[in-house]
Design a protein around this ligand. Structure first.
Ligand SMILES: Nc1ncnc2c1ncn2[C@@H]1O[C@H](COP(=O)(O)OP(=O)(O)O)[C@@H](O)[C@H]1O
Ligand SMILES: N[C@@H](CCOP(=O)(O)O)C(=O)O
Length: 314
């Protein structure tokens, strides 16, 4: 369930008066997702996503995120375009939340991507980096090193049992890693959450890339390291070398890495492993049982550290 703030069809209808989207016909909650409230909205002009932004997405950052998708869509990249209201704005307020209507992208995410799918997803990430060039928006990473420290400190207050052991490993890795972003690598707008569930496929090709709400300005190779960490490991967190190789091959077919980026990749992979372990651990420790979203397992993400560390050593 990813409806944190319920909306009725009547409320959506009233709110839609601010748009040129016709009459709301159906409003269906979307089960997937863990951050925001999403509804599939049918109007007599078509199908859209109605998103109400919940706590973790800082409202001040939404113009960056929506502006990035509009910039990408203008360049032919399959990002969902935000729909402007009658005054030309992308954001309104609905039931106490910032809210937006977003273009619906067809397709479905792949539970078991083949090597060809991995390569296609890698190529599309490289296209994203290229298409984002020239985007004037700037946003510092909301889940960068300062946030890791805050998350770890918060986790320390509530962690016990297995979570405490995980946190001890995270603390050790944080101390060892230092600043993983110290190198002078190519930067730009990055997706920063390019997981399989954010990449839709249709007829064997990528039809949509969604969920840019962790999007920020950062090292392009970090975005690749996040994506490799998401696409290149099995459900237990063990590396799948064919998948890793196919994804990176697809990426580099469009945007070859520099030698400095290649050298930095294992360290950036460690950073990615820590970043997602920490948010997952935090969300599990502070999970509200009345909220039906199932927290994701932090331990399997921490296993990626061993892979990236071995690659660094090699
Ligand atoms: N533009 C879109 N087109 C089609 N489906 C979408 C779109 N945006 C979101 N969805 C659907 O909603 C789900 C949750 O969206 P997501 O942005 O990942 O939510 P969250 O930010 O809460 O994690 C997706 O898995 C997908 O099924
Ligand atoms: N991809 C993150 C969680 C963010 O969820 P999403 O549904 O917004 O992609 C993770 O796997 O920890």
């Amino acid at each position: 369930m990813a409806v944190f703030t319920p909306v009725t069809l009547d409320q959506a209808q009233t709110w839609l008066a601010g748009y040129e989207l016709g009459r709301a016909v159906e409003l269906a909650p979307i089960a997937e997702g863990v951050e925001n409230t999403n509804y599939r909205l049918e109007t007599d002009r078509g199908r859209f996503v109605l998103t109400l932004f919940e706590g973790r997405t800082d409202e001040a950052s939404l113009p960056f995120c929506l502006g990035l998708t509009a910039h990408l869509a203008d360049r032919g990249f399959p990002a969902p375009r935000p729909v402007a209201d009658r005054s030309g704005g992308w954001l309104g307020r609905l039931n106490g939340r910032a809210a937006a209507v977003i273009e619906w992208k067809t397709g479905a995410w792949l539970r078991q991507p083949s090597p060809a799918d991995q390569a296609a997803a890698g190529a599309v990430l490289a296209r994203l980096h290229q298409a984002a060039e020239g985007y004037a928006g700037r946003r510092s990473n909301p889940v960068g090193p300062p946030a890791w420290r805050r998350l770890a400190d918060r986790c320390a207050v509530g962690a016990s049992g297995e979570d405490r052991l995980l946190l001890d490993r995270v603390e050790g890795a944080l101390a060892r890693l230092g600043d993983p972003f110290a190198d002078d690598l190519p930067t730009g707008a990055i997706h920063a959450d390019y997981f399989p569930d954010n990449v839709l496929f249709e007829d064997g090709a990528v039809s949509g890339v969604i969920d840019f709400y962790f999007g920020c300005t950062g090292a392009l190779a970090y975005d690749l390291a996040i994506a490799l960490s998401a696409w290149g490991f099995d459900a237990d967190g063990r590396a799948t070398p064919d998948a890793l190789a196919a994804f990176q091959r697809g990426y580099e077919a469009v945007r070859p890495l520099s030698e400095a980026e290649r050298q930095a990749l294992p360290r950036l992979g460690e950073a990615a492993a820590l970043r997602f372990t920490l948010t997952r651990l935090h969300d599990r420790i502070f999970h509200d049982p009345s909220n039906l979203v199932t927290p994701k397992d932090p331990a399997v993400f921490l296993n990626r550290l061993d892979h990236w560390r071995a690659r660094e050593a090699a």
